[in-house]
Design a protein around this ligand. Structure first.
Ligand SMILES: [Zn+2]
Ligand SMILES: [Zn+2]
Length: 269
């Protein structure tokens, strides 16, 4: 009885006029680098283990990161566990190459959704092409303790069979966000491959990486712009970043910020 009375006395406090205002003012900026490759990507350095990436991100003051390997997310599970232990928000991600060789950064709310994407990607990679480590580089699967669990034998560096629009829709079908990678680069970007951003492709944001400001194509598209390092070496983690004004560090908050919902916003370097 005593406890019930205590609880009742809280209701007037929660419902008082100032409460909504307090909720609205608790936003703060979170610094994010949403495009980092681990040692699973053939072009990344071998010391890009999830553990060292997170250590580097924390040392650089990042709040949110995403490890986005080429066409695979086999280092994601240990990375998520480590992120929880080490105190950083890590989003499930992958960088998928469309049939046109357009790189698309896919962000997901869960490991399960990312694994669902990986299944689709693996099914659409050319079955007869294997990685040549001497040419492309090793594709290393590691655990939390940086021990090598194995090597991915697929040719992860190549294009999938998914046309761009189908790829973006597949990401959305799994509840993910589709961000056009490094649109200002001269290779593997939607601009370099297609010459323009097709209006029918429902990107959630465009990533710029060149440090030359926001290119006109991004302004014209009317989409949020993010900036990420696309780090393949530890020293590049956090070199480019995005500041998100959010209520908290999470996938759903970032999804809302890309749509400028509820006072959330996105600021690039
Ligand atoms: Zn890329
Ligand atoms: Zn990349």
């Amino acid at each position: 009885m005593e406890r019930l009375e205590g609880r009742r006395s809280l209701w007037p406090l929660e419902g008082r006029p100032g409460a909504a205002k307090q909720m609205a003012t608790k936003k703060r900026f979170f610094t994010a680098d949403l495009h980092i490759h681990s040692c699973l990507s053939p072009c990344a350095e071998l010391d890009m283990t999830p553990k060292r990436i997170i250590q580097r991100a924390l040392a650089g003051g990042l709040d949110i990161i995403a490890i986005a390997d080429h066409n695979s997310c086999e280092n994601l599970e240990p990375a998520l566990r480590l992120a929880g232990k080490m105190g950083i928000t890590l989003l499930a991600a992958m960088e998928v190459a469309s049939a046109e060789e357009v790189h698309v950064l896919a962000l997901f709310d869960s490991l399960q959704a990312a694994l669902g994407m990986q299944e689709k990607v693996y099914a659409s990679l050319p079955a007869d092409l294997e990685n040549d480590p001497a040419f492309w580089g090793e594709q290393v699967v590691v655990n939390e303790a940086e021990e090598v669990l194995g090597f991915n034998s697929r040719l992860l560096a190549g294009a999938t069979g998914m046309p761009l629009n189908a790829l973006v829709e597949a990401i959305h079908a799994l509840g993910g966000l589709a961000i056009a990678s490094h649109v200002d680069r001269e290779s593997f970007s939607v601009i370099s491959q297609l010459g323009f951003i097709p209006p029918g492709v429902r990107f959630d944001a465009l990533e710029v990486s060149g440090g030359k400001g926001v290119p006109p194509c991004v302004e014209e598209a009317g989409l949020a712009a993010v900036s990420s390092s696309d780090a393949h070496r530890l020293e590049d983690v956090g070199k480019k970043k995005t500041r998100f004004l959010l209520d908290g560090a999470s996938f759903s908050e970032i999804a809302s910020a890309l749509k400028s919902e509820g006072g959330r916003s996105v600021v690039i370097d």
